[in-house]
Design a protein around this ligand. Structure first.
Ligand code: SF4
Length: 375
């Protein structure tokens, strides 16, 4: 098996080039061809020495993920289903808005955290994605969209690690992928526009602050440990107080001066005024000075056997009002791509329904990798 260059951040690619007897500037050239121009073949890299262009195909490749399907919504949302082998697939969603284009990226096939309201969690864990598989989602989407929209500008302006999986449980693959997203020779995204969403893997929040601080979103979903132990089982290991302490430790390194708390609205479970009051108590007084934060309320997207229902709209609005009137910036997540079922998960329109993934895999024949420009 040859080396896949999508697996490398610039440092890794430099080391690989040095093994081939090439200088760092060659790694920079290669890196720019791959990530900025979307090249998948070495013979199109016109400024590389001919001898290197001829040598590279025998030792490495630029290999994206096979596309099982692409769905385009009337509102511009696009969802790809990528084959990651052994019957597993991951989903990636592009959500265009007036002032940005957000790509929701998966980090694992399945998820081991097992959140009660999450269809991915219900399907269990298959495996971690590699750095190359995480980046292939962005590489494919960005260069497909540039072709599709006939744009010479960057189309994906924001990345949210909120697709399938708990990104901080795939830390060693995640961090090089984040570095490529941020690298000026790569996608050149600002740290404020790359968000890692976590269910609360406390030690890894601390490591991320040191290794690659980007915007942080925390899936809170409950205002007390008793309820969160049930909804987000990792809470039994890292309870709310420890999680909020980690948020406070993260903030000095963070590119934003607040943490985003995601909160899935579940009818009669966590959506009552007393839950909002408990949340306020938590975020205003934790650690004596509180946790600077925003809340993002997410209408639950029901799936078979969840046993849960979405809170009625007036209940969501009343909940949002309690937080807003207390001075906490609170948004209610809009559903996007309804006609293509893009909001098939619960976090950020984002967690993917592997039941549907499995069904579509059964219906779809994997196709050979097609370069994004030719999809
Ligand atoms: S909500 Fe996120 S962390 Fe929880 S089970 Fe789903 S994918 Fe995993």
């Amino acid at each position: 098996m040859t080396v896949n260059l999508l697996d490398f951040d610039l440092e890794g690619l430099t080391a690989f080039c040095e093994q081939l007897g090439e200088k760092r500037f060659r790694a920079v050239q290669l890196f720019r061809w791959i990530h900025q121009k979307g090249a998948s073949r070495f013979d199109e890299m016109s400024d590389l020495a001919k001898s290197l262009r001829e040598k590279l195909p025998s030792v490495c490749s630029i290999t994206g993920l096979p596309v099982l399907s692409r769905q385009d919504s009337a509102d511009g949302t696009i969802k790809w289903l990528f084959d990651v082998g052994d019957g597993n697939a991951v989903e990636t969603v592009f959500i265009p808005e007036d002032d940005r284009g957000t790509l929701c990226v998966s980090s694992q096939a399945g998820c081991a955290v097992g959140c009660r309201f999450c269809s991915t969690g219900h399907q269990g864990f298959s495996r971690n994605l590699t750095t190359g598989e995480i980046l292939a989602q962005l590489w494919h989407a960005e260069h497909f969209l540039r072709q599709h929209l006939k744009s010479s500008e960057r189309v994906v302006t924001n990345v949210v690690m909120m697709g399938m999986g708990e990104p901080l449980q795939n830390y060693s693959a995640l961090v090089p992928a984040l570095r490529v997203m941020l690298d000026d020779h790569g996608y050149g995204l600002s740290r404020r526009r790359v968000t890692v969403s976590t269910s609360g893997v406390v030690p890894m929040i601390d490591r991320l602050a040191k290794d690659c601080p980007v915007a942080l979103a925390v899936s809170l979903h409950a205002p007390n440990d008793q309820l969160r132990d049930v909804l987000v089982p990792i809470n039994r290991k890292y309870p709310i107080a420890e999680l909020l302490d980690a948020c406070l430790r993260y903030l000095p390194a963070a590119p934003r001066d607040f943490i985003t708390f995601e909160y899935c609205m579940l009818d009669g479970v966590n959506d009552q005024p007393e839950h909002a009051a408990q949340l306020l108590e938590l975020v205003r007084h934790h650690g004596g000075r509180g946790v600077p934060c925003k809340f993002n309320l997410i209408p639950f997207n029901p799936f078979p056997d969840s046993g849960l229902k979405c809170s009625p709209r007036p209940v969501v609005q009343a909940f949002a009002r309690i937080l807003s009137e207390a001075g906490i910036v609170t948004t209610v997540r809009k559903t996007r791509g309804d006609d293509i079922d893009a909001a098939c998960g619960q976090l950020a329109g984002d967690v993917m329904d592997r039941t549907q993934v499995a069904r579509r895999i059964a219906a779809a024949q994997p196709i050979r990798f097609v370069h994004p420009a030719k999809e």
